[in-house]
Design a protein around this ligand. Structure first.
Ligand code: SF4
Ligand code: SF4
Length: 125
């Protein structure tokens, strides 16, 4: 019990290791913040390194797409839709499970997994 209490107090007095997020915690002046960080007045933790095989947001290259629709057939989350009117594949990010099956099946490399993981937004599409 005493050990836990000691650890709790220690943790409470420590500064957080992570960079503060979201943007409401951002300093008023980024330039000033970076200057202070350079001079060691404030501590800036480096961003988390994204691993090499990370599966982030899908990128669609309309020019490479031959409209075979294979990606729409393999997608388990129905996150890809062929829009006939615009003759494009529409990606519904909010449905995507980041499995990468569409990327594997695409014969032309029109779909790519990116390392983008900050995906919050105000609109569903
Ligand atoms: S990564 Fe998976 S869930 Fe996301 S669009 Fe491709 S097949 Fe669908
Ligand atoms: S699998 Fe690739 S080429 Fe085929 S429709 Fe999908 S994105 Fe286009």
């Amino acid at each position: 019990m005493i050990v836990i209490a000691k650890e709790l107090v220690k943790q409470l007095l420590k500064k957080p290791f992570t960079n503060l997020f979201p943007a409401k915690y951002a300093p008023k002046s980024i330039k000033q913040f970076l200057r202070d960080a350079k001079e060691g007045k404030v501590k800036l933790n480096p961003p988390v390194v994204v691993p090499p095989n990370f599966r982030g947001k899908i990128e669609y290259d309309e020019k490479k797409c031959i409209r075979c629709k294979l990606c729409t057939r393999v997608c388990p989350a129905k996150a890809l839709e062929y829009v006939e009117k615009e003759n494009i594949i529409k990606y519904h990010l909010f449905r995507c499970a980041f499995c990468g099956q569409c990327v594997d099946v695409c014969p032309t490399g029109a779909l790519k997994l990116t390392k983008e993981f900050l995906l919050a937004g105000y609109k569903k599409d």
